[in-house]
Design a protein around this ligand. Structure first.
Ligand SMILES: [Zn+2]
Ligand SMILES: [Zn+2]
Length: 249
């Protein structure tokens, strides 16, 4: 072995010793239950199982929870006659229990690590589906809200998905140009005009991807994701798939 080879080998041994020592002093903890976890995922086996158990049967087209015998060939009975600018919705589970707690936690910048860990988990689920996408685009926050929150949780989720799927995250191509008031207290009819024209797509320096995975934390009526997807479609993206942590219905 050359001198350079020995040097590199010594550095690798030294680095793995250091990482082992670091894990010994600060063992990685699960973001959800704070127990020690043997994995780099940020979630222990028990919490991963709890999350997997939440993924009950859902409509592939709108992400809503459906009964075990629902015919989903062309979507569920709630969405069959609807026209969406996105092709499919993949979700982790219904907005309840541990998933609801997690969605509320990742609204705070201190839980960015949890958002990335949940993104990795979602990415892992996506690798077991047929959903095709070239790049990942998180739903943006208006700069003012992002500044106040300290980060965009959808972007952290997208980073986690990117780590597992190996797909690039484009976090600057979709912008929220107008602040929108919190939508949760509004009726579905009030939500539409509030979000209309709230986004702008700009693929400066990037070629327009053929298919996009659009990522957000939670989907309520779907008006935000619909408007974001429509904006990307108008910019030339042919196919959009949605990935979310939780669906309220
Ligand atoms: Zn755990
Ligand atoms: Zn449906």
């Amino acid at each position: 072995m050359s001198g350079q080879g020995w040097g590199r080998r010594a550095w690798e041994v030294c680095q793995s010793c250091w990482e082992g020592l670091w894990d010994f002093v600060f063992p990685p903890r699960c973001w959800l239950c704070q127990q020690y976890t043997g994995t780099d995922w940020g979630l222990c086996e028990a919490c991963q199982k709890q999350l997997r158990d939440l993924s009950d049967r859902a409509c592939w087209r709108c992400g809503r929870t459906v009964g075990p015998y629902a015919d989903l060939t062309r979507g569920c009975d709630r969405c069959r006659t609807e026209h969406y600018p996105f092709r499919s919705v993949k979700r982790l589970g219904r907005y309840e229990g541990v998933l609801r707690d997690a969605v509320l936690q990742i609204k705070h910048a201190a839980y960015e690590g949890l958002a990335v860990a949940l993104g990795r988990f979602l990415g892992y689920l996506l690798t077991h589906t047929e959903v095709p996408f070239d790049v990942i685009v998180p739903v943006p926050l208006h700069w003012w809200r992002q500044w106040r929150r300290g980060y965009n949780q959808a972007e952290a989720l997208a980073e986690g998905i990117g780590e597992i799927t190996g797909k690039r995250v484009l976090s600057k191509v979709l912008l929220r140009i107008r602040p929108t008031s919190s939508q949760t207290w509004q009726s579905p009819t009030e939500r539409q005009p509030n979000i209309k024209g709230a986004f702008r797509a700009q693929f400066r320096g990037h070629s327009v991807p053929r298919s996009v995975l659009l990522v957000d934390d939670v989907m309520t009526t779907g008006s935000t994701l619909t408007e974001a997807a429509r904006t990307l479609r108008n910019a030339g993206v042919r196919e959009i798939h949605v990935a979310i942590l939780a669906r309220t219905e």
